[in-house]
Design a protein around this ligand. Structure first.
Ligand code: KG4
Ligand code: ZN
Length: 338
């Protein structure tokens, strides 16, 4: 059997990450998250790019060291080509290109959105791989997408957000409520202490399998402003119920779309990924779907759901097996499509 070692590099947003995969198994998965954005309540592209430049060499070296191999043992370098922030993507792309050239090994470009989905194919004890075809829902601070996956590289986007991503809906709601950034985990924690039916927010009316979250954010803002006028302590006194109601609304939107996608395609294998897949509400709703709608659901190990390089490395491995390499003149693409 072959001994394939792939180095994966991810730098599409605010995390600099590198990972080494040996055949299908992850040997190392290193990530440097950028704390700098917290004080701004969101990712600042200029700062992200600069931090990637500082982090990329130590992160890659650490990934190789932790994998207990030498650079010379690498079979290929895989990197995120897009979508993402151009300044961030450029750092990973140029680094990957020069390293591949220096080592005289193949270069493999990876679509970040495909990688979120193919993270389900990392060999990991206790985690099942979905069979084809399956539906993948990628939900994070940057993405909200439902994809029909017919094989590793035959994917069709069935629907996606027309404005904000679901994680942004969490983070922007959190900002309105005075919570820290990112607010998703905190809203999730408080939501579990509150009444999900305390307040109701109308769900956006967006057709088919597309999503829209910007209207919800505005509805929450107006609601809070109105209540605070009456009672300045409204947020403090009702924070659990507010969070529970926001979470209930958001999860309802996601599950409604998944139900529709499953009905339209006749596919009942459903895989989720992205940072929001850590959410207790979505996990509980998926479990309920298993008994209610005969779904079979898949949630990868947490470290493979948020932005990471192991998912880039697994795609690199799958492409390597198909001799699907990129040329040295490949360029980063901020709006790369699946
Ligand atoms: O995948 P990720 O780490 O980075 C990208 O955005 O690509 O996702 C981060 C997003 C943030 O918006 C964060 O608020 C949200 O995921 N998030 C959550 C939870 N954990 C993280 N949202 C809701 N519930 C959670 N438990
Ligand atoms: Zn991502």
């Amino acid at each position: 059997s072959q001994n394939i070692f792939i180095l994966g590099i991810e730098s599409s947003c605010d995390d600099t990450a590198a990972s080494v995969i040996h055949n299908g198994k992850i040997l190392s998965n290193v990530i440097a998250s950028q704390k700098i954005h917290e004080e701004f309540g969101g990712v600042v592209p200029e700062l992200a790019s600069r931090a990637h430049q500082q982090n990329i060499v130590p992160v890659v070296n650490q990934a190789i060291k932790k994998a207990n191999i030498t650079k010379e043992q690498l079979s290929a370098i895989a990197f995120t080509r897009g979508p993402g922030l151009m300044g961030s993507l450029l750092v990973g792309t140029s680094f990957a290109k020069s390293l591949a050239m220096g080592l005289n090994i193949p270069l493999i470009d990876v679509n970040h959105m495909q990688a979120h989905i193919l993270a389900h194919f990392i060999d990991e004890e206790g985690f099942n791989k979905p069979p084809f075809p399956f539906l993948a829902m990628t939900i994070s601070g940057g993405h909200t997408q439902i994809v029909k996956v017919s094989s590793y590289f035959d994917m069709e986007v069935l629907g996606e957000t027309i404005d904000d991503a679901v994680g942004e809906a969490y983070d922007k709601s959190g900002k309105i409520l005075g919570l820290g950034y990112p607010a998703g985990p905190e809203i999730d924690r408080l939501a579990q202490l509150g009444n999900p039916k305390a307040y109701s927010f109308t769900k956006p009316k967006v057709g088919g399998l597309n999503f829209s979250f910007s209207g919800l954010k505005t509805a929450i803002l107006y609601f809070i402003q109105r209540e605070v006028k009456v009672n300045p302590n409204f947020i403090k006194e009702n924070i659990n119920d507010i969070c529970a109601s926001i979470q209930f609304t958001i999860i309802g939107i996601l599950i409604d779309k998944l139900k529709l996608a499953s009905k339209q395609t006749g596919i009942n294998h459903i895989a989720i990924g992205g940072g929001v897949s850590a959410n207790s509400g979505i996990r509980h709703a998926l479990k309920t779907g298993e008994t209610k709608f005969d779904w079979i659901t898949y949630v990868p190990k947490f470290e493979f759901t948020t932005d990471n390089a192991a998912m880039i490395a697994i795609v690199g491995y799958l492409k390597y097996l198909e001799n699907d390499f990129s040329k040295q003149d490949v360029t980063a693409s901020a709006r790369l499509k699946i």
